[in-house]
Design a protein around this ligand. Sequence first.
Ligand SMILES: Cc1cc2nc3c(=O)[nH]c(=O)nc-3n(C[C@H](O)[C@H](O)[C@H](O)COP(=O)(O)OP(=O)(O)OC[C@H]3O[C@@H](n4cnc5c(N)ncnc54)[C@H](O)[C@@H]3O)c2cc1C
Ligand SMILES: NC(=O)c1ccc[n+]([C@@H]2O[C@H](COP(=O)([O-])OP(=O)(O)OC[C@H]3O[C@@H](n4cnc5c(N)ncnc54)[C@H](O)[C@@H]3O)[C@@H](O)[C@H]2O)c1
Length: 458
Amino acid sequence: MTTSYDAIIVGAGQAGPSLAVRLAGSGMKVALVERKLIGGTCVNTGCTPTKAMVASAYAAHMARRAGDYGVRGVGEITVDMNAVKARKDAIVEASRNGLVEWLQGTENLTLIEGHARFTSSNELTVADNRIAAQRIFLNVGGRATVPVYPGTEEIGYLTNSTILDLDELPAHLVIVGGGYIGLEFAQMFRRFGAEVTVVERGARLLPREDEDVAQAIHDMLVDEGVAIRLNADCISFERRGDSKVVGVSCTQGEPEVVGSHVLLAIGRTPNTDDLGLDAAGVECDKRGYVTVDDELRTSVPGIWALGDCNGKGAFTHTAYNDFEIAAENLLDNAGRKVSDRQTAYALYTDPPLGRVGISETEARRAGHSILVGKRPMTRVSRAREKGETVGLMKIVSDAATGKLLGAAILGVGGDEAVHAVLDLIHVGATAETLRRAVHIHPTVAELLPTLVAEQKPA
Ligand SMILES: Cc1cc2nc3c(=O)[nH]c(=O)nc-3n(C[C@H](O)[C@H](O)[C@H](O)COP(=O)(O)OP(=O)(O)OC[C@H]3O[C@@H](n4cnc5c(N)ncnc54)[C@H](O)[C@@H]3O)c2cc1C
Ligand SMILES: NC(=O)c1ccc[n+]([C@@H]2O[C@H](COP(=O)([O-])OP(=O)(O)OC[C@H]3O[C@@H](n4cnc5c(N)ncnc54)[C@H](O)[C@@H]3O)[C@@H](O)[C@H]2O)c1
């Protein structure tokens, strides 16, 4: 027997739950299918646990630096991984439970546990149940990419999910991949007390960032004792006694990196390979991302794809924005589009990197003649007062139109301060508008008007 709904949502990640509640609130009979944990990656194995652990690592770091602030009596700092894990687990559990309660308390909404698979363009199976709807929303997210290199399965690798279960400190954590996931874990585990080596195939970290920004992050990690191997393409794994060996193809340095644990952080794979998309006729690109238009409609009328699985964003805020676009266009005929979204994200190292709009390199590549304002955090009084002067801040604007194009704030509070520029870019404002704003002293954001006043052709 098939149960019919007005709408089915597959995946309770960062778009699904809000969409389910909104549609149910409009009077639709809604099914939300989740095969694992409500809240998806962000709540269970992504943002929430990692930022909780980043906070523990920050506390350890600042405790070690207590003397710099005149605080005495702090002995040797060690980190109790059991306690770090317990704190992180409690935060994750509270978030997930809050979500579950919200969903369970929503009228017209049925939560279905299990893996959903299409049998046709309007029908899915979940275990032995058949469910059907004229509107189906995919919010299936992604998972850590696991390579097929020799030895991968033998070494007992970690991913962003399984590393969260560790309740003991790795002696030497080798991280394959120097992207967002790799770098957040690298600094965090170094601060917990582990030896850490990052193996990155690229010539530098974070190729999407400007070279000065990526270099500053590189230097900051090296200063804290993280070893970074660049131009080192991981090609194999081997278990040797208690050690794990990462074989690298490189022209400089050792062809092997030996550690006690290996974390794979080489990117994400969308969860679209086991969804029966062929049976529905839904098209994907060659990397498995569901193809969608500017309003998140797939190639099949009545099926939408939201969040990481559509390849248009890779963040919680972009997944949530996808919910708004889909819901408001369907219910309010709002005409919202993905292309109206500004690029914005943060890398949660300490200090964090807050990024909005386009980088200096991207602006130049796009043919803009640009003005750039830049200063090291050593020249930001709030950073000096806090004793946290690592990093730099930079604003890029278009010399011809005066419009703000982008900003990077690698510095204390950079993830928050960058929103001042994000909101102005969102409304198409000029650097002059920002220059005339009066910001609060002493803050990091206070320097943003000064930065644009100091902009020079670059
Ligand atoms: C370590 C890490 C740290 C991160 N930190 C940040 C951060 O600080 N800030 C940020 O913005 N982003 C961060 N991200 C990215 C963020 O987690 C994702 O962009 C976000 O979770 C995407 O949400 P989503 O709804 O698209 O998918 P997901 O959150 O992945 O949810 C998809 C859900 O669908 C379910 N599902 C999949 N297939 C099926 C099926 N066939 N049937 C039923 N259910 C199914 C899955 O079980 C999952 O629960 C991080 C990611 C990682 C891995
Ligand atoms: N702060 C945040 O918002 C945050 C934090 C973590 C993750 N995320 C999301 O998760 C996504 C995935 O993150 P990620 O770090 O896994 O992927 P990524 O694509 O950002 O980085 C992967 C890195 O691995 C390297 N690499 C790939 N294969 C390799 C090999 N064989 N040997 C050595 N290096 C190799 C790549 O050159 C690249 O630098 C990000 O795009 C981001 O959207 C966001």
